[in-house]
Design a protein around this ligand. Structure first.
Ligand SMILES: [Zn+2]
Length: 495
């Protein structure tokens, strides 16, 4: 559930009379030491300076100082030193600040930016607004006594400002909030069947075209890689869904592909309980693809987008695929099955083949694909892979610019030796775990025409304990903000 978050801008300076009516004012500062002047806090700057000087020794290095003004309202003043080294730092600081301020009983945040340089002020608006939109979204929960929490619903910025990003951030937050909410749903709630119904409903609301490829049709088409996994799904509702957003006058053509494993038991090579815990989140890639499409279409981006969602469970059962099975993918490549828990690359293989048929200018896929990507990066970054080096450079830059950071991995053909099979064209994976994230990326590109520009995001940062950047929940929905930035940097969508 999303609380409506209002944003207002006041260009005239804050007056003492206004201050006396406001419950909470934030004053970001840039200097080495916390201090405020008369322009930032008219009528009360002396009081505040005295308190700042007197604050206890151990508090001197704390970048946040909060105090109550001696006025009738008891206006809470929060002075904080901006962290501006990276966008990631600014977003993280904004999330932490909102967490601190949630203790104060106010649904109204006021931020005085009057003395800040324009660029710094815009950065501050961007991070605080982004963090507020993420914080004001409640993830699904099933606690019968509810979850009590308090967040500001209105944020007002004071200063001579012309922020242009605000609408984009709102669209982006809708996409991210959707991705996080879907990912948080338990697997008995978000079965492939129910996920499909939700997607169809959303498409109807948004005016997107929907084409569903149910299991039987995929079998008939020869999508043997997807069907190898999907045949073990006892619901029989596994499917690939194609959503199309085709605005008039679109100048570019993008395909998004997402891994939607609604629950991953590991299959016949069953996971142990600690690795299986949380596997309802193995559909996060599809949720991020869907969220990115929602953000683009809400922003009325002039880009034609096809979004391919590969939905299934990876289950045990009499029909489940097995080690040493050989299956034929949609593009004719034969695959020797090595480990049934490497199901993500199987379902993506055929989805990528389908996505490439319309010859998009770029394909981006998202997947919680490999444990080895998490081993390599931890969960603060996601992994980026591509068949074109230039795209990796762009991805790294978009990661820095957006605060959703990605790190590039190699894509050299000699890695393929590990995937040589004696009986089929390619092995699905190896039994060892070495460089599995790179092998997975090498595997995936066998199902795309060589000339198709392709970016693969292995969502190592899809879950980060305590939240990441501006996102306050463990589930991060990583990828929506990154993707919009990537397209902005390319000039495909406006800033
Ligand atoms: Zn798996």
């Amino acid at each position: 559930m999303t609380n409506r978050t209002n944003i207002f801008f006041h260009t005239s300076p804050l007056t003492r009379a206004q201050i006396d009516k406001l419950p909470l004012i934030i004053i970001p500062v840039t200097g080495k030491h916390l201090s405020v002047n008369e322009q930032q806090l008219p009528g009360y700057s002396d009081v505040l300076q005295t308190r700042l000087r007197r604050r206890s020794q151990h508090n001197l290095n704390n970048p946040i100082f909060t105090t109550e003004l001696p006025n009738g309202t008891g206006t809470v003043i929060c002075v904080f030193r901006l962290k501006l080294d990276t966008v990631f730092d600014s977003l993280t600081q904004a999330r932490n600040l909102l967490k601190t301020l949630a203790h104060y009983p106010s649904d109204n945040l006021n931020v005085n930016l009057h003395t800040l340089p324009t660029e710094t002020a815009h950065r501050c608006i961007d991070s605080l607004y982004s963090a507020l939109l993420a914080t004001n979204h409640r993830l699904p929960h099933y606690k019968t006594d509810g979850i009590a929490s308090k967040n500001a619903l209105t944020i007002t910025f004071y200063g001579q400002l012309k922020p242009s990003q605000v609408h984009h951030r709102l669209c982006e937050a809708r996409g991210n909030n959707l991705a996080r909410s879907l990912t948080a749903l338990p697997a008995n709630e978000l079965t492939p069947a129910r996920y499909r119904r939700r997607i169809v409903q959303l498409a109807k609301n948004q005016g997107w075209d929907v084409k569903t490829y149910p299991f039987k049709e995929l079998k008939r088409l020869g999508a043997g890689a997807f069907c190898a996994v999907a045949q073990g799904d006892p619901s029989g509702q596994a499917a690939i869904i194609k959503l199309s957003y085709a605005p008039r006058g679109a100048k570019h053509h993008l395909a998004l592909v997402g891994k939607g494993v609604c629950f991953d038991t590991g299959g016949i090579n069953l996971k142990g309980s600690s690795s299986m815990h949380g596997m309802h989140e193995d559909m996060e890639g599809s949720a991020v693809a869907l969220g990115t499409l929602l953000a683009l279409s809400t922003a009325k981006a002039p880009v034609r987008v096809e979004c391919w969602l590969a939905l299934t469970e990876n289950h045990i059962g009499p029909l489940a695929y097995k080690q040493n099975d050989v299956v034929t993918a949609l593009n004719g490549t034969t695959i020797e099955i090595v480990h049934t828990d490497a199901e993500g690359r199987m379902i993506l293989a055929d989805a990528l083949t389908l996505a490439a048929r319309a010859k998009p200018e770029l394909i981006i896929d998202y997947a919680t694909l490999t444990g080895s990507c998490i081993q390599a990066l931890g969960t603060a970054y996601s992994g980026a892979f591509s068949n074109q080096e230039q795209l990796l450079a762009e991805a790294t830059q978009a990661g820095r610019d957006s605060g959703e950071r990605v790190w590039p991995f190699p894509n050299d053909p000699d890695y393929d030796e590990s995937l040589d099979s004696e009986v089929a064209d390619i092995k699905q994976c190896t039994l060892g775990n070495e460089a599995d994230h790179i092998l997975a990326a090498r595997f995936l590109q066998k199902f795309l025409p060589k000339q198709t520009p392709w970016l693969h995001i292995d969502l190592a940062a899809g879950k980060h304990k305590g939240g990441l950047a501006h996102i306050p929940s463990d589930i991060t929905g990583f990828g929506v903000r990154f993707s919009l930035q990537f397209l902005k940097n390319r000039g495909w969508i406006k800033r």
